[in-house]
Design a protein around this ligand. Structure first.
Ligand code: AP5
Length: 218
């Protein structure tokens, strides 16, 4: 199965992608995560991306599209993949379409998690992440079992640098201005599906399972 997850910051794209990736054995390709790793390693891409990410702006298309094209060329994407956070504007969507033609694959679903700004802001301000294994927590909705430590590896959880209120608001503005035109772009295809992103983690996952079942995807 080949999926694109679309939705505002905090819609729950990364959380659902992690579950689906495990359940359906397909790689979770998060452009945000790939960029954060590049920033951490201080690669030239990471050094360029950092300034944009810290402000909640989009990293230039040529950097991100190239990164995704390289990732899609890897063997583990042969039977499916989940794109989380890409494409994020019309130019990236066109570049992705071109890349998919080259590798001769088609997208099964663009899943749009329609989420209110109030819900998303509550989720983002409470989000905590494990810097080692990338697991996602929330201070209220999904607290770790042990005080501020990852359930899996016990590493101390951190708050993402762009999860402060000012940057969150800018990420929303960028989403409205640059990403929402993609709703029109994809809604004309037969594979665009809108899902209520305000549901809880399990409720949202259940909706996705129902959708796959109805479409005979196992
Ligand atoms: P990215 O990492 O993609 O951030 P984002 O799009 O802002 O998305 P988030 O990770 O904030 O939200 P999410 O929907 O994944 O929510 P999550 O599941 O984590 O991008 C970061 C930056 O990188 C960008 O600002 C940009 O600079 C750059 N970038 C990335 N891609 C790019 C591109 N294509 N082009 C250019 N630049 C790019 O959940 C959030 C919280 O809510 C968690 O705490 C979670 O536990 C909780 N939660 C999740 N689901 C639920 C639920 N259903 N109910 C209750 N709580 C929930």
């Amino acid at each position: 199965m080949r999926l694109i997850l679309l939705g505002p910051p905090g819609a729950g794209k990364g959380t659902q992608a992690a579950v689906l990736s495990k359940d359906y054995s397909m790689p979770h390709i998060s452009t945000g995560q790939i960029l954060r790793e590049a920033v951490e390693k201080k690669t030239s891409t990471g050094n360029t991306a950092k300034g944009f990410m810290d402000k909640g702006e989009l990293v230039p298309d040529e950097i991100v599209s190239k990164m995704v094209a390289e990732r899609l060329a890897e063997k583990d994407t042969k039977n499916g993949f989940i794109l989380d956070g890409f494409p994020r504007n019309k130019n990236q969507a066109i570049q992705l379409d071109e890349q998919l033609k080259i590798i001769n694959v088609k997208i099964d679903f663009v899943l749009y998690f329609k989420t209110s700004e109030t819900t998303a802001i509550k989720r983002l301000t409470g989000r905590r992440v494990c810097p080692k294994c990338g697991l996602n927590y929330h201070t209220v909705n999904r607290p770790p079992k042990h005080d501020n430590a990852c359930d899996m590896c016990r590493t101390l959880l951190i708050q993402r640098l762009d999860d402060n209120e000012e940057t969150i608001r800018n990420r929303f503005k960028v989403y409205q201005d640059q990403t929402t035109p993609l709703l029109d772009y994809y809604s004309q295809t037969g594979y665009f599906k809108e899902i209520c992103g305000d549901l809880g983690v399990n409720g949202l996952n259940k909706k996705l399972e129902e959708l796959f079942k109805a479409e005979h995807i196992t």
